[in-house]
Write a protein that binds this ligand. Sequence first.
Ligand code: APR
Length: 182
Amino acid sequence: MMQVKVGDCILEIVKGDITEQDTEAIVNAANEALIPGGGVDGAIHRKGGPEILEELRSKYKGCPTGNAVITGGGKLKAKFVIHAVGPVYKGGNRGEAELLKKTYESALKLALEHGISSISFPAISTGAYRFPLEEAAKIAISTVIEFIKKHNSPKLVRFVLWTDDAYQTFSQVTKEISPNLS
Ligand code: APR
């Protein structure tokens, strides 16, 4: 586990399962159709129960890449799930980096609008969507730091990494970026 202070806020890097987090919100790595898939998405819907999908169906038609929508957390510990749609990686020349940044910003903006003070993120787009891990980690960490510096919120942002590789990469990138924090 690794913690870094950013102003009054804390950025945390942990290895674990996003569905087990007790932060007010957890973020889902969703798709544009908002139809449950595998990975993080499958795990959230399995553990959270059918009411999350019912709420998605009743409120939203879908969600374009780079955007996010919010539902309750069903049976999960988290009160809210923010469903964020990261880009599919297609070589890196199709705006993937900008879209991944926008995905994190969209999720953080929704958290801000709902007064959410603690949130857990997975490594969006690094599974089925094949975004290279190190580049994804740099974008994820720098976007979160930029946002919390600007808004002084959320007070806790936790990255929950599933694999050793993802945990090591996110920790290393945080170490590289954090000395520049003031
Ligand atoms: N907790 C935390 N991280 C997890 C978990 C979990 N329970 N399960 C998988 N991961 C990790 C993966 O190892 C990967 O690094 O989350 C990262 C994101 O992987 P995906 O869930 O495949 O998400 P993504 O690459 O954004 O692809 C989204 O996959 O499941 C479908 O419906 C989803 O179509 C969408 C696509």
